[in-house]
Write a protein that binds this ligand. Structure first.
Ligand SMILES: Nc1ncnc2c1ncn2[C@@H]1O[C@H](COP(=O)(O)OP(=O)(O)O)[C@@H](O)[C@H]1O
Ligand SMILES: [Mg+2]
Length: 270
């Protein structure tokens, strides 16, 4: 690779893409991941992953899906299917390979589910579950009660989450795990691991604890926001690389550039 393009190429490392092959293992999120895997083995009916946007919920579900799907029936619905009859139709097809040109209501779905005997309870992973209506959630709860399907939800931490927790599921057997923003030291690991994995060794070295603390100040350790800031930072560095390379010939990432990136990406006002 030509050295002069190092920053232009490195920004791709921080694109906001959910693909578990890029999963960075951090102690705290790995502990949650293992707890989820254990929860699946238990006779729990509902499992919930919640947290603010950008804390890695989709990433974790994606990883779970990839790991479980070779061993058992797992359906991963990334984008909510909010129309009820469409939802049951998708579910019937994905779980039982039941195909129908018509729409499918809840009662019909239950009939179909009763028709099939599956040795290991199929798992349905629903991302962005805060978007499902209360009435559909109620039916999902009933399906869980029948133990025909085990649901795993990811939910933004909103008032709705409380609602679902309180009204529908309070008396149910379920487990929940909360994902949080990274601490400054977790963020250092995150940035280093991402860059090292892409073979940007010298760049990883530029992100000292002090530089990352700066980044953490702006993004509060939110992974999505950090991606955004890092992408912007590398865009700025890439410009200097072509126009004024002395500005980026440092052992550590200059604070000034991190601040410029924070302005550029809207984390601070100019
Ligand atoms: N453990 C992780 N390893 C690698 N990247 C991560 C990890 N957690 C979060 N990310 C990054 O942060 C971004 C936001 O994560 P995401 O799972 O979409 O958050 P959420 O679903 O909670 O809004 C992802 O696009 C991904 O690039
Ligand atoms: Mg998500």
């Amino acid at each position: 690779m030509k050295n002069s393009k190092i920053f232009r190429n490195s920004k791709e490392v921080f694109q906001d893409i959910v693909d578990s092959k890029d999963y960075v293992q951090l102690d705290r999120s790995m502990a949650i991941y293992h707890a989820l895997k254990e929860a699946i083995q238990k006779p729990l009916k509902m499992i919930l992953v919640f947290g603010k946007p950008g804390t890695g919920k989709s990433m974790m579900l994606n990883k779970l899906y990839k790991e479980l799907s070779p061993k058992q029936k797992v359906v991963y619905i990334q984008t909510p299917v909010i129309d009820e009859t469409e939802f049951f139709k998708v579910l019937a097809y994905e779980i039982f390979r039941f195909n129908t040109p018509d729409s499918l209501n809840f009662t019909q779905f239950i009939e179909i589910a009763n028709h099939y005997e599956i040795e290991v309870t199929p798992i349905v992973i629903l991302d962005e579950a805060q978007l499902y209506s209360e009435s559909l959630m109620e039916k999902i709860r009933l399906i869980s009660d029948s133990r025909k399907v085990k649901f795993i939800f990811a939910l933004h931490k909103t008032e709705k989450e409380d609602l679902i927790a309180k009204e529908h599921f309070q008396t149910r057997i379920w487990e929940s795990q909360e994902l949080q923003n990274a601490t400054a030291s977790e963020l250092t690991l995150y940035i280093h691991k991402k860059l090292l994995r892409a073979n940007f060794f010298d760049l990883a070295n530029m992100f000292s604890d002090r530089s990352v603390k700066r980044i953490h100040k702006f993004t509060d350790g939110n992974y999505r926001d950090t991606n955004k800031l890092m992408y912007g930072l590398f865009e700025i560095c890439s410009w200097y690389e072509g126009n004024d390379p002395a500005k980026i010939k440092h052992r550590t990432m200059p604070t000034k550039l991190i601040e410029m990136a924070a302005i550029h990406t809207g984390f601070i006002d100019a």
